[in-house]
Design a binder for this molecule. Structure first.
Ligand code: C2E
Ligand code: MG
Ligand code: MG
Ligand code: MG
Length: 283
C-alpha cells in the first residue's frame, strides 16, 4: 500500500512539474514578442532627498501587460527573460525608452535603470549605452544603472572592467538590494559603485526591530566611511522615514513618497513650473 501511495505521489509530482515547465515555456515564448506587440510599459518611482524632501529622480520599472494573463510581475518574468536571453532585447528597449523619455523633460531629474547580469556581460554593452546616450541626447550624469551584486559574480574581473568603462562615460552605478547577496562587503571593495541601495527587507522591519535598526545604522556608517550615498528602498511609513532622517540617510524611495506610475502622473516634476504655468493658463 505504502508503495502504491509513493508512486501516486511521484506521478502527481511529475505531472505538476510538467505543467510548470510548460507554463514557463509559454511565458518564454510570449516574452520574445512582448516588446514588438507593445505589451511592455515603463513606470517611474520617485527617489527623494531624505533631509529636504526634494525629488532627485526616478527608478524606472518594467511592466508587462499580457493579453490573456493581465499584469505579470517582473519578479516572475525577469528571471525567465534572463535565462532565455530575451532580456537583451527587452533591456535594450527599456534603456532606449527611458533615456528618450528623460531627455525630453524640462527638469534635470535623473533616471535609474535596472540592468541584468546577462546584459552587463553581453558583448558591446558599453557601446550600446554610449550609442543610446548619443542618440537620445541624454546627459550621462542623469543616468544611473542599478545592478544587484549577484549580477557580477560570474566573471568578476570582466565585470570590473565593464563598470569602469561605463563610469568613464559619465554615468553612475548603484548597488541594488544591498545586504541580500553573498558578499556585499567585498563587492563594495571590488567594484566602483557610486551608491548603495539598502534592500527593502531591512527598511520594512525597522519600526519593530532594534536589530534591524542597528543593521541600517551600520550600512549608513559604511556609506559614510566609503564616501558613498545610501538610498533606502521600500519606505512605507512615516516612522521609517523619521528614523532615516534622524540617522542622516541621504535618499529614499517607497510607496510613502510615491508609487511606480506612468510618467504622466509626475509631469509637474518632469516638466517643471513653466509647464504648470502653461496648463494653469489654459485651464
Ligand atoms: P528592484 O530593482 O529592487 O525594484 C524595487 C521594487 O520594489 C519594485 O518592484 C518596486 O515596485 C518595489 N517597491 C518600491 N517601493 C516599495 C514599497 O514601499 N513597498 C513595497 N512593498 N515595494 C516597493 P517591481 O517593480 O515588482 O520589480 C521587482 C524587481 O524586478 C526589481 O527590483 C528589479 O530587480 C526587477 N526589474 C524591474 N524592472 C526591471 C528592468 O527594467 N530590468 C531588469 N533587469 N530588472 C527589472
Ligand atoms: Mg532597482
Ligand atoms: Mg532593489
Ligand atoms: Mg530587487
Amino acid at each position: 500500500k505504502a508503495k502504491s501511495e509513493g508512486r501516486g505521489t511521484y506521478r502527481f509530482f511529475e505531472a505538476n512539474m510538467g505543467a510548470q515547465v510548460r507554463e514557463r515555456r509559454l511565458l518564454e515564448h510570449d516574452l520574445r514578442h512582448a516588446v514588438a506587440r507593445g505589451e511592455m510599459q515603463l513606470v517611474y518611482q520617485p527617489q527623494t532627498d531624505v533631509q529636504s524632501g526634494e525629488m532627485l529622480g526616478f527608478e524606472v520599472l518594467l511592466r508587462w501587460h499580457h493579453p490573456d494573463r493581465g499584469a505579470v510581475s517582473p519578479s516572475l518574468f525577469i528571471p525567465i527573460a534572463e535565462e532565455s536571453g530575451a532580456i537583451l532585447q527587452i533591456g535594450e528597449w527599456v534603456l532606449r525608452e527611458a533615456c528618450r523619455e528623460a531627455a525630453r523633460w524640462a527638469t534635470p531629474l535623473s533616471i535609474a535603470v535596472n540592468v541584468s547580469a546577462v546584459q552587463i556581460h553581453s558583448p558591446h554593452f558599453v557601446q550600446l549605452i554610449h550609442e543610446v546616450l548619443f542618440q537620445t541626447g541624454l546627459k550621462p550624469e542623469r543616468l544611473e544603472i542599478e545592478i544587484t551584486e549577484t549580477a557580477l559574480i560570474r566573471d568578476p574581473s570582466r565585470a570590473q572592467s565593464i563598470l569602469r568603462q561605463l563610469k568613464a562615460l559619465g554615468l553612475r552605478i548603484a548597488m541594488d538590494d544591498f545586504g541580500t547577496g553573498y558578499s556585499s562587503l567585498s563587492n563594495l571593495r571590488t567594484y566602483p559603485f557610486d551608491k548603495i541601495k539598502i534592500d527593502r527587507s531591512f527598511i520594512r522591519s525597522v519600526d519593530e526591530s532594534e536589530q534591524t535598526k542597528a543593521i541600517v545604522r551600520s550600512v549608513l556608517g559604511l556609506g559614510r566611511g566609503l564616501g558613498l550615498p545610501v538610498l533606502a528602498e521600500g519606505v512605507e511609513t512615516t516612522g521609517e522615514l523619521e528614523f532615516l532622517i534622524s540617522e542622516d540617510c541621504q535618499a529614499a524611495q517607497g510607496y510613502l513618497m510615491g508609487r511606480p506610475e506612468p510618467i504622466e502622473r509626475y509631469s509637474e516634476h518632469t516638466m517643471g513650473d513653466g509647464m504648470l504655468e502653461q496648463t494653469k493658463k489654459v485651464a
